[in-house]
Design a protein around this ligand. Sequence first.
Ligand SMILES: [Zn+2]
Length: 137
Amino acid sequence: MNDYRKPIPQIQPWSAPFWEGTKKHELLIQECAECGARIFYPRKYCPECWSSNMGWSRARGRGRIYSHTTTMTGVETKFLEDLPFVLAIIDLDEGVRMTGNVVDCDPDDVSIGMEVEVVFDDVTSEITLPKWRPVKK
Ligand SMILES: [Zn+2]
């Protein structure tokens, strides 16, 4: 775990609750307390009404793939062990979009509209990355 050499998120005051959530294996999304907008990525101000009165709610951790791409080659050395890997945009049931890796499946099996669920990868003692895997039928 301590030999993780890939980039990790830089935690900002306004995104800290999100990363505290992933560390506890909970997926949190921001919710504006004024207008109710659900927001991802975490921000200081609501993009809908500019309020700074922001709260958090726990997402179900389910969604569908909006788009995806598979990387086969041409990466920095530290990512070679991951090839091939899938990066996708996920439409969460709660109405926000997140970007993440799709894991635990053959990249050829990933498709637009595929139902996925969040999994948590504890990459360091401080950082847990949310990733996505196909929902087993
Ligand atoms: Zn708002």
